[in-house]
Design a protein. Sequence first.
Length: 285
Amino acid sequence: MAIRAAVGILLLATASLKLFGLNISPMPQVGWHQLPTVQLAVLEWELVLALWLLSGWNRAGSWIAAVATFAAFAIVSGYFTWIGVATCRCFGSVNVNPSWVLAIDLVLLAALGLARPSIKHIRDKPIEELRASALSVAFFATCFISLLLVTFLAGWLTFGSIARARAHLRGELVSVDPAYLDFGTVQPGQPLEATVRVHNWTTRPVRLIGAQSNGPINLTGDLPIEIPAVDFREIRVKLELGRYSNGMVLARGELWADANGLVIVPILIGCRVNSLTGSDGPNHP
């Protein structure tokens, strides 16, 4: 019981950190799992699961849900440890190395293994226990889905779109979608091009006047460009890799917008290099 309560409290703490992290610095993080919509869904599931664990209702069902949740967390953090991601937002506003998150997930899984519920009463009344577990899982799954739908519906009705609601929460006048542009697996010297949408959330036109990056990225091909009020424009992003060895390459860029003053809009560009020479190890710009 103490272990389940501790896990529930930890989930409440991480959900609180994610909630705080939704409206801090808009610098994008790496990967789909760092998208605010994904973070919001994870946050709300952590809240529901924490309340389930702390309530003590149907311990077998909550134990299975907790094990499945932390196993999924371990798979994600293990993958990002493997590909060499330096930090993640698993704790919201606190940047943590994924290898540390993986270690925490594995420790929690071990603790949950020690706190597994007794199967004696399941053997005695299997049908009743299965029915109770199914009802509790259905109840908390319904709570999670309902909470998620209410959150998205409130954002849509208030601001007209989830993206605009997120921008308002984070205080963004101009934003890029996607904030993290992943070119996938590439080879050195392979020229690539993609487009991103730059949104103007203000009620007056905004002009993109320049850009810069710290890596093999060209952001200026379509600049300058004017974006009408509450609208967007697409711009091209070019990736031109030189000699890079196997591993993940990340480049941070900035778009400069004139929106009643200079607004710096961050963007993160990444790819995984598959070198023809077969050399090992990541090489970051």
